[in-house]
Design a protein around this ligand. Structure first.
Ligand code: MRU
Length: 341
């Protein structure tokens, strides 16, 4: 559908990314020329979102082997340390290092450059398939009610979290393309405000109406019958179906179940981690407490206030009504069956 990509080769040896720390006010391209640039770009959240940081890590590996074609483990280790929760990062690094280990050092730059592009293309195709797997959920609501489908989402699991389509937004974009009217309730997603800054921005760009609410409004909206389904992304899906996603997701899932609203998780299969037995085994990123103690640089709590800043939480598998993936849509039993194959 020709949305602008979030990552690309700006020149043959320079990676271009949309600098998401500058949105929604400035649309700025950041350029990465070195492994250091890529590590800094991922950890500072110039790029963020599970699928995109995987693809970004693949580009970082290409930049690394251009400078040093030998030390694959050193480069992969540095990239892996940038963010711990999204398994797509490790998945991408494993894939790239396996290919490069079978490649002579002289050829590694060419091969890594090509592989990074392939992985970006694969993400676009995978997200489109997620959209195809989920569009009926939305179309059915519209057919039943005759009014715009009311979707609640959290954080940004959109094209900005991926390469072109997004995960949770893919069914929304496919429905929009097919003429199914959709309205999205976007929660602001304190403390980094991915919902406010990014999801509203990209939905407006795509022509999909949305309304921004504070994170704590979810219960009110669900109780009021204002939501047909909750649709979120995932940073890691454990082998028992537990889902790690942006902090606050689990409260939405609990409230959705209480109010009888379907809770749906959209993610590519690269987000499923068969080596992670359950949600307790997911490493949950803790970020700088300044993100909690300040709002736009202004303190919101008395000096010396203790704070914690978990960036993700775990939603129990039994709260998930549907998993939308690039290899199909599943309930929990279906997901567990697919994991056995
Ligand atoms: O901390 P972020 O912005 O990288 O967190 C992103 C999310 O939690 C997304 O919802 C998740 O990665 C799914 S992305 C398609």
């Amino acid at each position: 559908m020709g949305r602008p990509r979030t990552i690309w080769w700006e020149t043959p040896d320079t990676v271009g990314v949309i600098d998401q720390t500058r949105l929604p006010h400035d649309h700025v391209v950041a350029e990465w020329r070195t492994l250091d640039d890529a590590c800094q770009g991922i950890s500072s959240m110039q790029v963020r979102g599970a699928p995109l940081i995987g693809v970004a890590a693949a580009h970082g590996m290409a930049l690394a082997v251009r400078a040093d074609p030998v030390d694959l483990d050193g480069a992969a280790g540095r990239l892996a340390a940038t963010r711990p929760t999204a398994v797509n990062l490790r998945w991408a690094l494993d894939r790239v290092t396996a290919v490069l280990a079978d490649t002579s050092p002289e050829e590694r730059w060419t091969v890594a450059h090509h592989l990074a592009t392939t992985m970006a293309d694969d993400d676009v195709a995978a997200c489109r398939r997620i959209g195809d797997a989920g569009v009926d959920l939305l179309a059915d609501v519209h057919a039943r009610t005759g009014r715009p489908v009311q979707v609640m989402t959290h954080c940004n699991a959109g094209r900005l979290a991926c390469v072109e389509w997004g995960t949770a937004t893919a069914p929304i974009y496919v429905a929009h393309e097919q003429g199914v009217p959709v309205h999205v309730w976007v929660s602001e997603t304190r403390p980094r405000n991915q919902g406010a800054a990014l999801t509203t921005w990209e939905l407006a760009e795509a022509g999909v109406p949305s309304t921004l609410v504070v994170d704590n409004a979810a219960g009110h909206l669900l109780r009021a019958g204002a939501v047909d389904l909750v649709l979120v992304g995932a940073d890691r899906i454990a082998a028992n179906g537990d889902v790690a996603n942006k902090v606050g997701t689990s409260l939405k899932a609990i409230a959705a179940r209480h109010h009888g609203v379907p809770f749906v998780v959209a993610a590519p299969w690269s987000t499923v981690d068969p080596a992670c037995p359950d949600g307790d085994a997911v490493p949950i990123e803790e970020r700088d407490t300044a993100e909690v103690l300040e709002l736009a640089g202004t303190p919101t709590a008395p000096p010396g206030t203790a704070a914690r800043n978990w960036a993700f939480d775990v939603t129990a598998a039994d709260l998930v009504d549907r998993y939308l993936t690039d290899v199909g849509a599943f309930d929990l039993d279906g997901l567990l069956g697919a994991l056995q194959r």
